[in-house]
Design a protein around this ligand. Sequence first.
Ligand code: MTE
Length: 299
Amino acid sequence: MGQAPGDIKASEITPESVWLDRRTFLKAAGIAAVSALVPRLARAGGADDKPTSFDDITHYNNFYEFGTDKLSPSREAPKYLKARPWSVRVEGLVAKPKTWDIDEVVKRFPAEERVYHLRCVEAWSAVVPWSGFPLSALLKKAEPKSKAKYVAFQTLLDPKQMPGQNASVLPWPYVEGLRLDEAMHPLTMLATGLYGKPLPAQDGAPIRLVVPWKYGFKSIKSIVKVMLVERQPPTTWNIAAPNEYGFYSNVNPAVDHPRWSQKTERRLGDLFRHPTLPFNGYETQVAGLYKGMDLAKDF
Ligand code: MTE
């Protein structure tokens, strides 16, 4: 199974400095330029970095609040989910708790464009041109207290807007968590758009988390609450199946899911499989966060 991409010569790999310049330029040029200008490596490794089509990104979704198959979210979420008015409450172990109106968030934290690889735990993947801002910016505004060690996130709980919550396939609301240093990492973002448009309902409107080195389920959608806490918070998939989904869930081709291999992935829109990279290709940026940990144990 699987086909490795051809070896890429060192000369073909975009050095990070050039990539960063490109990113700055892209910000100025606007998202329309993304697919033309970012053909290659934002990250170490090999695979093609051409952004996945808007159509694929918005019609192959996991959003259990709108059904458990991949097509229900694009069909149902736009009918039910109202992205305005919307507020996000930041609270817990912080000096300055606050309820943010989403329009205030969008205004206060200018969106930047970032093309990230998203690797779903189900072994499919996408390359997504997100717009958003670093989660750290929002957290810093709240002034976390020294006791705060983790960040807990919550999706909206409202079966009228999220009819899938009438079924008990998962405990509701959907919750996720990060260690504080993971949450503060510059790669961790809150996305409010993709392909330069506001986030479609099925992708987690109006605001969702994106943690590119972790399996997709960590990237919780339609967030209403961000809580700074002392202890490791519960996470939905870990509650549902603790032997299959750990708290960390860093992308790791060396640790198989109990029911399938994590060595390769199928990019939406591609015929062939790509090898999955440690930390989804962001190893240089994030491996330091896990120094001394056994990631087969803390999966
Ligand atoms: N967030 C909520 N609230 N509910 C969900 O079911 N699914 C997760 C994650 N965030 C999910 C969620 C999973 S399993 C994945 S792979 C990603 O969203 C998928 O994001 P996408 O549909 O934008 O590709």
